[in-house]
Design a protein around this ligand. Structure first.
Ligand SMILES: NC(=O)c1ccc[n+]([C@@H]2O[C@H](COP(=O)([O-])OP(=O)(O)OC[C@H]3O[C@@H](n4cnc5c(N)ncnc54)[C@H](O)[C@@H]3O)[C@@H](O)[C@H]2O)c1
Ligand SMILES: O=P(O)(O)OC[C@@H](O)[C@@H](O)[C@H](O)[C@H](O)CO
Length: 373
């Protein structure tokens, strides 16, 4: 069985590549980072070291690696022969890998089984988004692939860039929507197939990622460099708990979750953030703030849903306010965020960045947050 995985970064090597390897796939990593690909090409194996109470050590073997900038034809040929394509490149990069996937689909032999394509990104409907880019102008390729949405959860901080080994938390969860496969889903024992992905992705994004980002933005403002240090500040922790109380109310009601079980899930997420054996920074967790402030992301989507129910999402709005201060000079989206804040009036900012137009019940409070900074 052959898998092609785009993005040989943290999640690529430390999660998706590992689980595909353990499922018996030969994994071809495709990336545009020539140094990283060179190191993978020179290695026969790499280690995935878990930290945490249930930690295990894994060794990944049986992979190869392609620099798709230097040798796109090799990536296309690998897709033409693959059973599975996955990616973990970041939601904003899906459009750039799409032409390679499209060419790979076009190169598949007549009669080949449909390729299973699963985007493993922190975004709702990422595989659907990728499908839109891949099939643009070539709808006739649609029956050559099955695009299935997934939700991925494993905290993997920035790694030592001088090697390919990865240190990860012991927790992981990979949920895959089984419905598009109509019974012909790939066998990946580490993943679990679900009939409705919505509760899984929303529970994950609006707990783990809302809580994480709230910690990062408030923590950075309070002077913390790491997520664990930020959570050690009582005022930051109170903000995280308050934001997650708001998303919890929404998730429990919307998906009929058991309130105690969900409270345990929230507590576990906060404990995972605090793992000092796996130091993570406010800058990594806050990265790409324009993406994080967009309509279907970790703050605005739950805040909008609460506002539509007549509830004011006060802690989520305070987290948005903290996010507006995010300004690392080496984060392109942070630089762009600061420019937009200087140049747009608050109504225009809220419409353009957050996708909330006049007339939406969240709009007045959100405009007030932007205007107040
Ligand atoms: N790190 C985590 O804790 C974590 C957990 C769950 C989900 N995610 C999600 O996984 C995705 C990847 O995150 P990450 O932390 O692994 O990032 P990362 O930066 O470590 O890895 C991304 C990789 O994609 C590569 N890439 C960029 N453009 C490419 C292209 N055109 N073709 C091929 N490769 C390309 C980069 O060179 C990099 O190696 C994101 O959507 C993220 O939200 C991350
Ligand atoms: O990857 P992002 O930028 O969407 O979010 C940053 C972190 O919150 C994220 O990478 C988490 O570590 C991960 O989602 C945990 O599963």
């Amino acid at each position: 069985m052959r898998a092609v995985h785009f993005g040989a970064g943290n999640i690529g090597r430390g999660f998706v590549g590992l689980l595909l390897h353990e499922a018996g796939y030969h994994v071809t990593f495709v990336d545009v980072n020539a140094d990283l690909i060179g190191m993978l090409q020179a290695a026969d194996s790499y280690a995935v070291t878990e930290v945490g109470p249930d930690a295990r050590e894994h060794v990944v073997t049986g992979f190869d690696a392609i620099d798709s900038r230097a040798d796109e034809a090799a990536a296309v040929a690998a897709i033409a022969e693959a059973d599975v394509v996955t990616c973990a490149v970041g939601p904003t990069v899906l459009r750039f890998i799409a032409p390679v996937v499209r060419a790979g689909l076009a190169a598949r032999p007549e009669g080949a089984a449909p390729l299973a394509v699963m985007a493993c990104e922190n975004a709702i409907g990422a595989s659907d988004t990728l499908a839109g880019f891949v099939l643009e102008g070539v709808p006739e390729l649609a029956d050559r692939a099955v695009f299935a949405n997934t939700a991925v959860d494993r905290i993997i901080p920035a790694q030592d860039a001088s090697g390919v080994d990865v240190v990860v938390e012991d927790f992981f969860e990979w949920s895959i929507d089984r419905t598009p496969f109509a019974g012909a889903e790939p066998t990946i024992p580490g993943a679990h197939l679900v009939d409705d992905l919505t509760p899984w992705i929303e529970r994950k994004l609006f707990t783990v990622n809302t809580g994480h980002a709230t910690t990062a933005y408030h923590g950075r403002l309070a002077g913390a460099a790491t997520i664990a240090d930020a959570l050690g500040m009582p005022a930051v922790r109170a903000e995280v708990e308050a934001a997650l109380a708001e998303t919890s109310a929404l998730l429990v009601e919307r998906f009929g979750l058991d309130a105690d079980e969900h409270a345990a899930y929230v507590a576990r997420a906060i404990q995972r953030f605090e793992n000092r054996a796996l130091p993570d920074t406010c800058e990594r967790i806050g990265r790409q703030p324009l993406r994080k402030l967009s309509r279907d992301e970790r703050f605005i989507r739950p805040a909008a849903a609460l506002a539509e129910q007549g509830v004011e999402p006060v802690a989520l709005l305070r987290a948005v306010e903290a996010a507006l201060a995010f300004d690392p000079a080496d984060d392109e989206q942070a630089v762009e965020l600061q420019r937009l804040l200087r140049e747009l009036d608050p109504e225009a900012f809220v419409a353009e960045v957050c996708g909330i137009a006049a007339g939406h019940p969240l709009q007045p409070a959100l405009v007030a947050v932007v205007a107040a900074r």
